[in-house]
Write a protein of this length. Structure first.
Length: 431
């Protein structure tokens, strides 16, 4: 992994002993490490690393001398650098005071499609509540994280947040790999205007989908509920890349827990692209996740069985659910999960969701909306369903179980599994 340290000041405003120790640890792991600084940067503690003076702007360490304009200008310069197509690296940015992070809302750095970790020595107890609120706000920026050079014992009042890390209790290398594809294109009022446009488009397409469901639905095959859900596990792997170790481990758990199930992989060799315009567009743009969205529906509608995302780890067999017409669980309080689902062939709920992809294109808007939001919205509209996390059976006999069945929560470094938990969805973003 490539890592770049960005020096925003004329020297590092932190305890360089701890910081350099973390950098040496990365270097010893084989990571390529570079440091970019301003012209006036002077700090003998980094002689062991490759340093380049490439930045125009430097910040004052005195927070009273900083202005919003100067901080935003420095952040934007970093964004211009990482936006270069040849810049493929995670960033570490040591800062003297966490308050400068309030200026992220005005900077294009919030659109970063690379992992950005702001590094702090510590947080004062008197600041901790306000600091937590800021971190919860900037979580919307996807790839912006903050690391504190303390352990859990040294900073026990720090909340467990996705974008907040105690660097002496976590692996820095693992933190820097926590990249999420950032699809935001605008900041400020332009972002809000674009969100409104997307909502209007989404609701127009929901109306079109509703009309087609009632009058022009091509998925009219007769549904037979008398037989069980087939003992077949479907999964998708498009793109031709080798399966990562995490995926192999998850698939091995399926084989171990359910050895009598057939496992079928859907990929470029067996998926009928000519049947779905959306699939053709997703394939052309190499949107593998969205290929999986439609492929899982195709597999379950035409063949029936169980679909699993490749980051689902099996804990208990799913045999007890095979006599259901369809089963899934919640992914959150009011969203239906799509990572571990099972259906009999030609189920009407799957037909409705498959029809959705006949109504839309695989464009920039629909690669920003998670399919769990789409299926949950359609289910609420068509079935007048109240999705609140409670056990629910729809009129089409789809059984939606509480989330601990197939998608337990992750809190305080562990999955909250119960006696009812049959599998864990690890949310790695791999399909």
């Amino acid at each position: 992994m490539d890592v770049t340290v960005v020096a925003l000041y004329e020297h590092f405003p932190i305890d360089t002993t701890v910081f350099n120790g973390l950098l040496l640890e990365l270097k010893n792991q084989g990571d390529e490490l570079n440091i970019i600084t301003c012209e006036k940067f002077v700090d003998d503690s980094i002689k062991a690393f490759n340093t380049k003076k490439e930045l125009k702007y430097a910040l004052s360490e005195d927070i009273r001398k900083l202005t919003k304009k100067s901080v935003v200008k420095a952040f934007d310069e970093i964004y211009e650098k990482i936006n270069d197509k040849d810049f493929n690296t995670a960033l570490i940015i040591p800062i003297s005071d966490w308050h400068i992070l309030f200026n992220l809302k005005y900077s294009f750095l919030q659109l970063a499609n690379k992992h950005v970790l702001f590094y702090l020595d510590n947080i004062e107890d008197t600041d901790i509540e306000q600091f937590h609120k800021l971190l919860q706000y900037i979580d919307r920026f996807r790839n912006i994280h903050v690391g504190i050079a303390k352990s859990k014992d040294e900073q026990p009042n720090v909340k467990k947040l996705v974008n907040l890390h105690l660097l002496l209790s976590e692996s820095l290398s693992d933190i820097l790999k926590m990249h999420i594809n950032n699809r935001r294109k605008y900041i400020g009022w332009r972002h809000h205007a674009n969100e409104l446009r997307q909502k209007l488009k989404f609701h127009k397409d929901l109306l079109v989908h509703r009309v087609k469901t009632c009058f022009l639905n091509p998925y009219q095959e007769k549904f037979d509920s008398s037989s069980a859900i087939p003992r077949v596990i479907h999964y998708c792997w498009f793109g031709g890349n080798p399966l990562p170790d995490k995926v192999v481990r998850c698939i091995n758990s399926w084989k171990k827990i359910m050895p009598d199930y057939e496992i079928k992989c859907w990929n470029e060799s067996n998926f009928p692209f000519d049947k779905y315009r959306f699939a053709q567009e997703a394939m052309a743009n190499k949107k593998w996740a969205f290929m999986a969205d439609i492929a899982r529906l195709h597999a379950l509608y035409y063949e029936g069985g169980i679909y699993l995302d490749t980051d689902v780890e099996m804990l208990q067999p799913l045999d007890r659910f095979l006599m259901e017409d369809g089963f899934t669980s919640y992914e959150s309080l009011n969203l239906i999960a799509m990572a571990a689902i099972g259906f009999k062939r030609h189920h009407p709920w799957i037909a409705e969701m498959l029809l959705w992809y006949d109504c839309i294109h695989c464009d920039d808007d629909y690669t920003e909306i998670a399919n769990t939001k789409v299926v949950s919205k359609i289910t609420k509209l068509h079935y007048r369903a109240k999705l609140n996390g409670d056990d629910l059976v729809l009129p089409c006999r789809l059984h939606i179980y509480p989330r601990d069945f197939f998608s337990p929560r992750f809190e305080k470094d562990k999955w909250l599994v119960t006696d009812r938990t049959h599998c864990i969805h690890h949310f790695t973003g791999m399909w």
